[in-house]
Write a protein that binds this ligand. Structure first.
Ligand SMILES: [Mg+2]
Length: 100
């Protein structure tokens, strides 16, 4: 049976701590984006690190709150995003400028 990292994380640390980690990493990502936008030295590396941390801890949130529920909501939001971008079901772009 494959080891699912987010299951192991919840078993070892508990759901609340996993969500605390996600919150903490999300906060670190916000700070890293600010450093990057201000041109701080080493900010690109910091941002890459925090993106990786958030990607990992996001999986905790998916697992704890129900991957199916999150994926369903994500799919709904992706459909709306595609509509706003003018991307059709087959990936074709609607070249009509906005407002016409
Ligand atoms: Mg971090």
């Amino acid at each position: 049976m494959p080891i699912i990292l987010e299951e192991e994380a919840e078993r070892k640390w508990g759901a609340q701590t996993c969500l605390d980690q996600l919150q903490e990493e999300a906060g670190e990502l916000v700070a890293a984006i600010s450093h990057y936008r201000r041109g701080r030295e080493g900010a690109a590396e910091e941002l890459i690190e925090e993106l990786a941390d958030v990607a990992i801890t996001l999986s905790y949130g998916f697992h704890i709150l129900g991957r199916e529920k999150v994926e369903k909501k994500r799919a709904e939001k992706l459909i709306r995003l595609c509509e706003r971008l003018g991307i059709g079901e087959k990936g074709n772009r609607d070249e009509t400028p906005a407002g016409e």
